[in-house]
Design a protein around this ligand. Sequence first.
Ligand code: IVH
Length: 699
Amino acid sequence: MAEPTLRNTPADSLTPDEAARELAALAAEIAHHDRLYHQHDAPEISDAAYDALRRRNEEIEARFPELRRTDSPSMTVGASPAAGFRKVAHRMPMLSLGNAFAREEAAEFIERVQRFLNLKEPPCCVAEPKVDGLSCSLRYEDGLLVLAATRGDGAEGEDVTENVRTIADVPKRLKDSPPGVIEVRGEVYMDRTEFLDLNRRQQERGERPFANPRNAAAGSLRQLDPRITAGRPLRFFGYAWGELSAQLAPTQWEARQRLKEFGFALNEPAERCDTVEAILAYYERIQVLRPSLSFDIDGVVYKVDRLDWQERLGFVSRAPRWAIAHKFPAERAQTRLREITIQVGRTGALTPVAELEPVTVGGVVVSRATLHNEDEIQRKDIRVGDQVVIQRAGDVIPQVVAVVPELRPEGSVPYVFPHICPVCGSDAVRPEGEVVRRCTGGLICSAQAVERLRHFVSRDAFDIEGLGEKIIREFWNEGRVRGPSDIFRLQETNGRDFPRLEEREGWGARSVEKLFASIEARRRIGLDRFVFALGIPQIGQATARLLARHYLSLDRLMDGMEGARTIGSEAMGELLSIGGIGQSMADDLIAFFHEEHNRKVIADLREAGVEVLDYDPPRVQASPIAGKTVVFTGTLESVTRSEAKARAEALGAKVAGSVSAKTDYLVVGADAGSKAQKARDLGVTTLTEQEWLDLVSAT
Ligand code: IVH
């Protein structure tokens, strides 16, 4: 530790011998505090005191450069691991659910399943409450809880094992001979009364109350200190599973009973329903029960009961075909519209926002709502000062649905939508036939640039912690970060081209170090995330994944897009053969990758050391058709065409619409037409339906 008299001696007055001793002491002390902070989340000293140590170290090094140690703290910035939870890949993706709002949509779900499976009767379904919490996957090996992970993006979540261990409802050891490996999935939530008690305690301690039980549950689970989680009234319902070493039961209903026998609480009341009428009656019943349940729900879930049918139905992008959420109607409230502001998005779209007198809607305080676009304001004749009806459904942004004309103040005037961008002053234009007015400022518009950067670092894209909206805006204004690659040069430009971040108001060496570490951790990124991060119009996360899965590497993707510029080219055919990509998306993709500026962004990122990893497909069981291109033709007997296609895709094959030299198998049903002939001409292997079934059931 430091010698007291030395620590107070100005750097200039130290002898070389004393300076060397001081530097050794500082290196040890700073390393000690780093460990406490990063690995134990238990700092002993304030940020200011810590910064003072680092500054002292730097001053002495500046005075005696020849004495700088190899383990000097000034050399180790960014080396410590980012604080937070460890990321864990889910062995099986954690899916979300498709939504139905109207009764007809629930009925359509049942019909869809019936058609897909070619059933004579509607399928029996389990109906259960849809709990409003956050989903979690609990892995048990030999009956013991070994891992608990949040859903995250569905493919990768956060390791919250220590926190989940503190939840009384979660068995640490399963009862009743469970499978050797079982991942139980379900919802972490908070009871309503316990939530109110918690909020009362929060307020008594002068801390901020939570908006609703769901936020309270999420905030409590994601505490870095499990002791805090332990003090929160969290609960858990089990309703699904991931990896299993042995099947639980033949049906969802019986599987639920098994979960109960293992020691889990179930979300009740659940019911088995054989008809559309029965599921709708269940929906009505739960809606009536809703206020008397001890926990928040936002709808009900229907799940096909037979698990072999669930298996056959599989899933589309991120939701199973065998289940759907039937949501309760949105909650509404009335309040006054104070002002209409305009937000400029990443693509320059001008979105009108209602600034409201705060009002509680379904337990949440709302002060802003979307007004959608120019036409909607005009259609509903929404004016500043109006009394308006707003509605909120689940996590969806609240919206203004109507005005109350009787309460309109005198002298109000119709709203005039601006024709210039409120941020950069460029013209905002609205092409013929479109509803959205857009700023034409492109990258000179700070709003667009900042929004693009925000998207770039967002959770499903580069997922860089510590770069919030405010900081990005500040960095942009300073010129420190103007494009994505500047983020990966922050450490290099810090203190060279721009003032040192460590000296910024409210920052310290540690926060800078943390930021750099989280940027470093993202220098290598998967192709799907990268494509999503680029913010290509219309290309969301699911489509980005489809593209990654098809092209596998960034270079192949970019070559493909360049080739697809020629209408009728093979590359264009290839792009359009990807299920889920239509002409309009294809146009946006091609235009994006052709645009000089976008190519430069990608080149700059690579130059700044970003490495885009080739797509690593999720492990499907070794399958004889993985990576093969399959075409179906004619009528199949035992399964519907959609089911055959879904099964092929689930086993890693690509399903194409027409036969070409790239086709590996043509599966020929009854009444096959010209495709069979073409396949013979090209020498493509043709399979009968039975041969196909034998091939895929071998897995
Ligand atoms: S089943 C593959 N059942 O709702 C299907 N989910 O909106 C996995 N949820 O991510 C989910 N109650 O967090 C299922 N009874 C229930 C549920 C439920 C709530 C949540 C779950 C899911 C989300 C989708």
